[in-house]
Design a protein around this ligand. Structure first.
Ligand SMILES: NC(=O)c1ccc[n+]([C@@H]2O[C@H](COP(=O)([O-])OP(=O)(O)OC[C@H]3O[C@@H](n4cnc5c(N)ncnc54)[C@H](O)[C@@H]3O)[C@@H](O)[C@H]2O)c1
Ligand SMILES: O=C/C=C/C=C(\O)C(=O)O
Length: 502
């Protein structure tokens, strides 16, 4: 019988206490605090670990350590030095690849295969990508003539921002934490990272790798805790934190924006979405069915890029709904290491209840539940987990709450459309603007509609394929700014333009 994988305790965890204790990492040391909270398996509800909770005092210690590190050798490190350390961090994650897989799986209950292929693989890739980037990123220099005819050299000098606060969510814990830590360190900053309270394990392991890779004390600091009234809020309020890079819910982003406003801190936000998938009648039908199944149900729908809105051109609408229903009903919900598992639980009972409340709301709003709409029954310990059924809805109006609000679970609503003009208008009629995906074999149409979507990202005949050199982010309630490639270099550095008269 497959079982929920237990996390092999990293040495940063005090295993001499029961349950294991996850600690903060401040100034190169693992630090325990008396305030603690529980970390439970979403597969079985069993206790995985106790986690130390940081408050303003610990955040202040971490920020002070970061400032000291900036004033030390790290502040003078060359691009080559920083790249070498980032390559060592990438190698360190690789050397403990399976421990990171076990940590991600323990916290989130996701299929082991996904944790390997996506989460941990991207943890390694993120550090390598930004190490590569700083070694090849060009500088800017413009030569001009002054009013007196003298030659003027105008060039750009980049310096670190200083201490960067990183606040990350639980849905892709290691991927999203390292997506911010890597470029922040690459540009010479020091960081204080606060992972989600729902997914502390891989971040704690990352701190070990940082230490073992020779990242100087104070350069990378980790504090565990919650948002309001806890480590998260303390980090956003700290006067010596120069910038906050945040990934999470839109309403949390709004709250953080208000908190940092008085200090006019730099902010980069990657927020919520209510993404659309558009399937034209000329699409490769089987590819579109499988593509929409992936974009709706990957990670139990807990990816900011997932398609919760699906629009299908009317001539194939009924056939598409039937085919997606049939494909969805073959999906296996199971333990993370079960052979052929397709989907695990959502992150917590609290989130499960939120998703189920939307399933009930959909019915109340008049939806047809094509498949799913509830929870699976295992008749074993998994019934104490947070599993919900992958669900397909039809029949709702575009202004229904289930079609406008982010649910962040394994659910999509499918509606027919009759013209390109109509579907573009419906896709754009959203408070969010993160991602869209389009299925069509007419590539002129693909270019045409993609350029008219009010989103930061569009995939055509694919989904969630990533080139880390490209800008990533959303518009409207989906975020502020872009990260990725040189866009990360721009956000994580302070730019000075220098003009020299020759
Ligand atoms: N755009 C993207 O790239 C992207 C990526 C992943 C997730 N997301 C979004 O994240 C959400 C799911 O993640 P979540 O539930 O962890 O989001 P969340 O906003 O509840 O929490 C995110 C992080 O912020 C912290 N936090 C909460 N309130 C805070 C406050 N007032 N001050 C400081 N920190 C605070 C939390 O402790 C957590 O670490 C979804 O909306 C999803 O769309 C977006
Ligand atoms: O849940 C949201 C996923 C975000 C993914 C990235 O930020 C990325 O692929 O770099």
């Amino acid at each position: 019988m497959p079982t929920a994988l237990a996390t092999r305790a990293p040495s940063s965890v005090s295993v001499d206490v029961d349950p294991p204790l996850l600690q903060h990492y401040i100034d190169g040391e693992f630090v325990a605090t008396a305030a603690r909270f529980e970390n439970r398996s979403p597969v079985t509800g069993q206790l995985i670990a106790a986690v130390c909770e940081a408050g303003p005092a610990e955040v202040d210690r971490a920020v002070a350590a970061a400032r000291r590190a900036l004033a030390g050798p790290w502040g003078e490190a060359s691009v080559e030095d920083r790249a070498a350390i980032l390559y060592r961090v990438a190698a360190g994650i690789e050397a403990r690849f399976e421990a990171f897989v076990a940590a991600e799986v323990a916290d989130t209950g996701r299929p082991v295969e996904q944790a390997r292929r996506l989460d941990v693989a991207r943890g390694v890739a993120n550090f390598r990508a930004f190490a590569d980037l700083i070694k090849t990123a060009p500088s800017e220099l413009f030569e001009s003539r002054g009013p007196d005819g003298a030659t003027l050299l105008n060039y750009v000098s980049r310096k670190p921002l200083g201490v960067v606060g990183i606040i990350s969510p639980w849905n892709l814990p290691l991927l999203l934490l390292t997506w911010k830590v890597a470029p922040a360190l690459a540009m010479g900053n020091c960081v204080v990272a606060k992972p989600s309270e729902e997914s502390p394990s891989s971040a704690t392991l990352l701190a070990e790798v940082m230490r073992d890779a020779g990242v100087p004390p104070g350069v990378f600091n980790l504090v565990h805790g919650f948002g309001p009234g806890s480590a998260g809020e303390a980090l956003t309020r700290h006067p010596d934190v120069a910038a906050i890079t945040f990934t999470g819910e839109s309403r949390t982003g709004s709250q953080i924006m208000k908190t940092v406003a008085d200090g006019v801190k730099e902010i980069s936000f990657e927020l919520g979405g209510k993404n659309a998938a558009v399937v034209f009648a000329d699409a490769d039908f089987d590819a579109a069915v499988e593509g929409v199944r992936r974009s709706s149900f990957t990670n139990a729908g807990q990816v900011c890029l997932c398609s919760e809105r699906v629009y299908v051109e009317r001539p194939i609408f009924e056939r598409f709904v039937a085919a997606l229903k049939a494909r969805t009903e073959t999906m296996r919900l199971d333990y993370p290491d079960a052979p052929g598992v397709d989907m695990g639980p959502v992150i917590s009972h609290k989130h499960r209840d939120k998703v189920l409340s939307y399933y009930r709301l959909a019915v109340a709003e008049g939806a047809t539940v094509v498949t799913g709409g509830g929870t699976p029954l295992f008749n074993d310990i998994r019934d104490a987990g947070a599993f919900v059924q992958p669900t397909i809805l039809t029949g709702l109006p575009d202004d229904a709450r289930c079609v406008t609000e982010e649910i962040f679970g394994p659910v999509c609503h499918i509606a027919p459309f009759d013209s390109e003009q109509e579907v573009i208008g419906r896709v754009n009629d959203s408070a969010y603007g993160l991602a869209a995906c389009v299925w069509t074999t007419d590539l002129s149409r693909a270019h045409r509609v993609s350029r008219r979507f009010h989103t930061g990202l569009v995939w055509v005949n694919t989904w969630f394929t990533r080139d880390l050199r490209t800008p990533f982010g959303g518009t409207k309630l989906s975020g502020l700014g872009r990260e990725g490639g040189r866009h990360s270099l721009d956000f994580y550095s302070e730019i000075t333009t220098i003009c020299i008269r020759l």
